[in-house]
Design a protein around this ligand. Structure first.
Ligand code: TXA
Ligand code: MG
Length: 324
């Protein structure tokens, strides 16, 4: 495995690897992705293998120009076009009926494909240089913490992939918001880096409950995901008694008002800013997971703006099947 700082040369090298069926981890504005040529089923199969990801869980296809969407998707309705116009490039993934160009392995056999146009300049340049849409899940092992730095990727996937492009820290820090468009309606499949409020300001109410007929098996339905290896629970309300002799870590939203008997405290946002908290979520969890703790307690955050995505990731981390 090679790890290169981003330069025009390393982007060219990465693009060549993708063209030749290899795997490249690259920065996006949300988290780091593990990219492969989306039109090469063998390359995509390697992504599933390396991530130890079950093959019923479909991948997002990343594009760099609006022209690509016409090749990948059918039935791009008015609502889809409005969303693209407002929020692309950016942290929004749209699920639309797929064209025959998209290999079945990418969509896990579903008739739909998830597409996103990232705004991170490195992601965008890499896709352009590769000259092909890039299938990329988050560059972590299945069900584990998502990576927001090249170092996080190296720790989980280092020896199994061809190249990591180090473009610094992913600024948003939580994955894209996934919206399914069906029968002229929008359904939220995963809260993420674009807030529901921003989306609803443009297209009106988005459905939160997904009808069974439209609901494929996806990580949203798996009870445990985005998890540290250390056991993690929500901080119960009121005064708590920590078990004697246990090393406890705390993931707090804002600085603590009262002292708590913890080994390590990580603060998501000193000022209580929900955008900053989202950017710090995975880096804080990675640090807590490496601190040799017996248990991590996580404080809830307000479910407004990106707070919805933070709470979704925390529910999945503790194995709570709630998504709302
Ligand atoms: O921000 C992001 O979205 C990052 C960066 C790398 O772009 N990618 C990412 O990919 O989070 P991944 O594979 O970790 O999550 C993809 C999500 C999963 O929840 C998957 O089930 C859903 O998108 N998905 C993909 N294709 C779908 C489809 N056809 N129908 C429904 N859900 C789909
Ligand atoms: Mg993921």
């Amino acid at each position: 495995m090679k790890l290169h700082k981003v330069t025009s040369q390393s982007i060219k090298e990465a693009a060549l690897i993708i063209q030749n069926g290899g795997l490249v981890a690259f920065p996006t504005e949300t988290v780091y992705g593990l990219g492969a040529d989306a039109l090469n089923p063998l390359a995509v199969a390697r992504v599933f293998e390396v991530k130890e990801r079950p093959n019923f869980d479909p991948l997002i296809v990343h594009i760099s120009s609006l022209a690509d969407i016409e090749r990948l998707c059918l039935k791009i309705d008015k609502m889809a076009r409005t969303l693209m116009k407002h929020f692309w490039p950016g942290p929004l993934t749209l699920v639309l009926p797929k064209s025959s160009l998209v290999p079945d392995i990418v969509t896990a056999g579903l008739p739909t494909v998830a597409v996103r146009m990232p705004s991170h300049p490195v992601a965008s340049e890499l896709i352009k240089a590769a000259g092909t849409p890039v299938a990329a899940p988050s560059a972590n092992l299945f069900s584990r913490l998502s990576p927001t730095t090249a170092k996080h990727v190296k720790e989980q996937l280092g020896d199994k992939i061809d190249l990591i492009l180090d473009g610094g820290r992913s600024p948003i820090g939580v994955e894209s918001t996934v919206i399914l468009l069906a029968s002229g309606k929008a359904h939220l499949l995963r809260p993420g880096g674009l807030s529901l409020e921003d989306i609803e300001n443009v297209i009106g109410a988005v459905k939160i409950q997904i009808p069974k007929s439209l609901s494929p098996l996806s990580p949203g339905q798996l009870p445990r995901h985005y998890s540290p290896r250390t056991p993690i629970r929500f901080l119960p309300p009121g005064k708590i008694e920590f078990e004697k002799g246990k090393k406890v870590g705390l993931l707090a939203f804002t600085p603590l008002k009262a002292k708590m008997p913890c080994e390590v405290v990580e603060i998501l946002s000193p000022e209580g800013d929900i955008v900053e908290a989202a950017a710090n979520l995975f880096p804080c969890l990675h640090r807590l997971d490496k601190a040799g703790l017996d248990i991590i307690y996580a404080e809830s955050v307000p479910k407004i703006g990106l707070g919805r995505a933070i709470m979704d990731r925390l529910y999945k981390a503790v194995g709570d099947s709630r998504s709302e």
